[in-house]
Design a protein around this ligand. Structure first.
Ligand SMILES: [Zn+2]
Length: 385
């Protein structure tokens, strides 16, 4: 399996660059906040963190300062060694999201990204882009970086797939990386509509095969499995967007959103795709239409999962900011490092200090270092085990 697949999500993890927002943090409990959680022994995993009460999406679970900063050859990354944080186990479809506020304290924030039941284990993702790849690629990434084999429900479900479907998921991801993405990038750069349409046709044909195979799979598993070929769905959305076809883009972005929400709720990708979809649907059906209202609701859910409960004005400003970013429309082309250009802007919105400055999005294109953050986290996790 080709681990060099660069789905756009990889370039948009903004954990290390997103937002000084001290005022916002302090209003929620400061940088030494521990929510309704406890450390416990989890069967088959050693220690982990459990919810002690019912938790809602967006609820703050942890806000901790790192104990030290590790300077690597390419960047400075945090080494977060706070006990509670480093005990959070990995899942390929986690229920919590973590990111760093590089305010004075460079605090690490962990929020619930879904409803979590009392006694349920809290999980985050240690993966970057491979989170959106099939089982073999995720195993390879986790094994080489962290030395364990994931046994989360998504991995176990994917283990049970027929060999034909498992191979199809792998082939789809490989084909996007080796063929669709580079051709899409060239087509976008040259404005070659024929090329864009041909790539879209081939990517859609690939997905048709996937959908046919998925009919034999339990409905509850389909969305997670579709997220394992996210890059193909995204390539179609990119082509639709580049071709200026709003109707097709609304459909393909809707599929991207479902896939992102299934396995990366509250992620940067989730909020960006939701914001872009809402914009396209608003343009297509009109502001205030039922479709636009539904798209806005999905957009609010994504933003709450990442940033917590915010007033409508801040949600609007964040959505405006996120829709100007360049992850969808990049098709794994190595660009679109959304976070670099907006860190301070997101922080300003959260802190209530400023508005959105369109046009700065993707200011740091090509700086793909942020996926180092989960690695730093994993090292901390290993030390505690
Ligand atoms: Zn897993």
């Amino acid at each position: 399996m080709n681990l060099n697949v660069r789905v756009s999500w990889q370039q948009t993890i903004t954990t290390a660059s997103e937002a000084p927002a001290d005022g916002f943090l302090l209003s929620e409990g400061g940088t030494h906040f521990i929510g309704p959680i406890k450390v416990s022994i989890i069967e088959g995993k050693g220690r982990g963190v459990l919810a002690t009460e019912a938790i809602s999406p967006g609820q703050l679970l942890l806000c901790v300062e790192p104990l030290g900063v590790v300077t690597g050859p390419e960047q400075t990354s945090l080494s977060v060694e706070q006990l509670q944080f480093s005990l959070l186990n990995h899942s390929c479809a986690p229920n919590a999201i973590n990111w760093v506020l590089p305010c004075a304290a460079r605090a690490m924030v962990v929020r619930a990204a879904r409803h979590i039941a009392p006694g349920e284990e809290l999980t985050i993702s240690y993966l970057g882009g491979p989170q959106l790849l099939p089982l073999d690629a995720r195993r390879e990434a986790l094994g080489s970086a962290f030395g364990f084999e994931c046994g989360c429900p998504r991995c176990r479900a994917e283990e049970e797939l027929s060999p034909g479907l498992a191979t199809l998921l792998q082939d789809t991801a490989s084909r996007v990386a080796q063929s669709f993405s580079p051709r899409l990038k060239r087509g976008m750069a040259s404005g070659d509509r024929q090329q864009l349409m041909e790539v879209r046709r081939q990517a859609a044909a690939m997905m048709t095969m996937v959908y046919q195979q998925l009919r034999r799979v339990q409905p509850s598993l389909r969305e997670q499995l579709l997220s394992s070929c996210y890059s193909c769905v995204e390539a179609i959305a990119d082509a639709d967007t580049a071709l200026g076809d709003d109707e097709a883009a609304a459909g393909s972005l809707g599929k991207c959103l479902k896939a992102a929400a299934a396995v990366t709720p509250g992620s940067d990708l989730h909020v960006i795709v939701a914001s872009k979809l809402e914009e396209v649907v608003g343009r297509l059906h009109g502001e205030g239409s039922l479709q636009q209202q539904q798209a806005w609701q999905a957009c609010v859910e994504a933003h709450v999962a990442r940033y917590g409960q915010l007033d409508q004005a801040r949600l609007r400003r964040l959505a405006e900011l996120n829709r100007t970013l360049t992850n969808v429309g990049g098709a794994g082309n190595g660009g679109g490092n959304a976070g670099r250009g907006r860190g301070g802007q997101v922080g300003a919105v959260l802190a209530g200090a400023g508005g959105v400055q369109p046009g700065r999005a993707g200011a740091g294109r090509g700086q793909a270092g942020q996926q180092q953050q989960p690695v730093a986290l994993g090292k901390a996790v290993r030390r505690w085990r």
